[in-house]
Design a protein around this ligand. Structure first.
Ligand code: FMN
Length: 172
């Protein structure tokens, strides 16, 4: 698979098979996150992996969707705002950018392994902070349900589901 084929194979999966994920595959997802670039190489992140029945019971109430309960694993990507790079010229905190790159590494690595994922940001942040017992400088940025997909999507969808290059690119 070329990189572009992999990128087009990834999709937001909202239905998973009732099948566990091999520990070795989960470790590859986390390794993909570990090697991601970050501003000034600060690596301001933590990844919580919920895979046990007790763990999943704690994280599932943070996002009330029936499909979310079908994921056998949920990874929570957490930003450590005390560790991230802040641009001195305007005070911009780069944690969101750093975390987004690491999360994208996870979703693409998952796709490469035949797994599927979905970014979830519309979750109950306070409930998640409580579930993870996070102090104020730590922010859960996204929940990433992971599982074997119960359905696939065709990459032809990008012809209609994305803006055209003409619309988004300016050649100068
Ligand atoms: C930052 C971000 C936040 C998202 N949050 C949610 C979410 O809370 N719930 C959800 O079902 N999908 C969420 N999505 C998935 C998007 O809806 C999805 O990526 C988009 O519609 C494109 O579809 P695709 O991922 O299948 O290509 C999110 C995606 C991104 C990148």
């Amino acid at each position: 698979m070329t990189f572009l084929e992999l990128a087009k194979k990834r999709f937001s999966s909202r239905k998973y098979l009732d099948k566990g994920i091999e520990r070795s595959k989960l470790e590859l997802l986390l390794e993909a996150a570990r090697v991601a670039p970050s501003a000034v190489n600060k690596q301001p992140w933590l990844f919580y992996v919920f895979s046990s029945p007790e763990g999943l019971e704690k994280i599932r109430p943070c996002y009330h969707r029936d499909w979310f309960k079908t994921a056998p694993v949920v990874i929570v990507a957490v930003a450590d705002h005390k560790a991230g790079w802040v641009r001195s010229s305007d005070g911009k905190d780069h944690c969101d950018i750093d975390l987004a790159i690491a999360i994208d590494h996870i979703t693409l690595q998952a796709t490469d392994l035949g797994l599927s994922t979905c970014w979830v940001c519309n979750f109950d942040v306070d409930a998640c902070k409580k579930a993870l017992q996070l102090s104020d400088s730590f922010e859960p940025v996204a929940l990433i349900p992971v599982g074997y997909p119960a359905e696939e999507k065709e990459s032809i969808r990008f012809e209609t589901e994305r803006k055209s290059l003409n619309t988004i690119v300016r050649w100068l």
